[in-house]
Design a protein around this ligand. Structure first.
Ligand code: SF4
Ligand code: MG
Length: 320
């Protein structure tokens, strides 16, 4: 199967002054296949949101390629990019912050249609908005109301309706449920899954909560300080993690049965996430890794396929 999107050696650096460079995303590569959900996880500051934004060119890349429909979108002119941009959308963590409080739901959802001028009459515009609202479990009565009149879950539905307005193929969901009550999270995840099936969508689902990512993702990538540490099918990653960082993240997931808790060897992560500013050579996880050896400080481990479809970047896989 051909990937929908190929990310090749993607880099996004930020100049933070005084000669310091923040290497938020530092050379990551992976494919995303049509119709799948690719989960991207890691602690805050690992570069996952920056990666999501750069892939759809909301940020200018520092290096690398993103190939979509056989074209490197980073090489496209602004004009060609604006045509392709319709295929890419984003759903944000905080639905309230991303909705203009002074606009009605009708105008919020219609905004992408307005920008691309893709209706012939105001009736056609409104009909399309109502269709979108129904798709996300809202209805026509909601169209003339304002964001503050809705609950968090409903606001996220409004954000999703807007993201669907231009019939995108690929949606970056940046922690879309982190700000919601636990009781609402499953509803929004189920809505996203239903929409994926109905509309043939492909998702990149960014999260720090590993348990929810497992439930929604077909494959999962684990990032740490701008590098991809591990990537595998969801079940494989959770059942047979290879990388010490993934093992540590998974051991932090609370396990309900006390027996399972006891049998699971827990690795405790010590120290804060180091800064990605002017990172040193070597493995980025070295300061926190219980298995680190001298080599890890000098040589950056390559991201290698250890089993079919299961990649990891660590010098000591097989020894630990
Ligand atoms: Fe730990 Fe070394 Fe592997 Fe990095 S390369 S994860 S420091 S063992
Ligand atoms: Mg983020």
């Amino acid at each position: 199967q051909e990937p929908l999107i190929s990310v090749k050696n993607l880099k996004k650096y930020f100049d933070v002054g005084k000669g310091a460079v923040l290497k938020a995303v530092d050379g990551i590569s992976f494919d995303i296949y049509p119709g799948e959900t690719f989960g991207l996880v890691g602690e805050s500051g690992c570069g996952k949101s920056t990666a999501g934004r750069t892939i759809i060119r909301l940020y200018d890349p520092t290096g690398g390629e993103v190939v979509f429909n056989g074209k490197n979108i980073f090489a496209l002119s602004r004009h060609d990019m604006s045509e392709i941009r319709k295929n890419f959308q984003m759903i944000f963590q905080d639905p309230y912050a991303s909705l203009n409080p002074r606009m009605t739901v009708l105008d919020i959802v219609a905004e992408p249609l307005d920008i691309h001028k893709i209706y012939k009459s105001s009736k056609e515009r409104k009909d399309r908005v109502i269709e979108l609202l129904q798709l996300v479990g809202l209805n026509d009565e909601h169209a003339m109301r304002f964001p503050h009149e809705f609950s968090g879950g409903q606001r996220q539905r409004i954000g999703i309706a807007r993201a669907l307005a231009l019939n995108p193929k690929f949606i970056v969901c940046d922690e879309p449920i982190s700000a919601l009550d636990v009781s609402i999270q499953a509803q929004v995840v189920n809505l996203l899954k239903d929409l994926q099936t109905k509309l043939g969508l492909t998702y990149m689902f960014i999260a720090h909560d590993l348990s929810m990512v497992r439930y929604i993702s077909d494959r999962v990538g684990v990032m740490y300080l701008g590098h991809m540490m591990e990537l595998a099918g969801s079940e494989e990653l959770y059942d047979n993690p290879l990388h010490p960082y993934t093992k540590a993240l998974l051991s932090a997931i609370p396990i309900p049965e006390p027996e399972a808790q006891r049998s699971k060897k827990r690795i405790v992560l010590e120290g804060d996430v180091p800064s990605p500013i002017n990172p040193k050579e070597g493995c980025r996880f070295v300061d926190r890794c219980p298995y680190a050896v001298d080599r890890c400080k000098i040589e950056t481990p390559e991201f290698i396929e250890h089993k079919p479809g299961h990649f990891a970047a660590c010098h000591r896989i097989g020894e630990i």
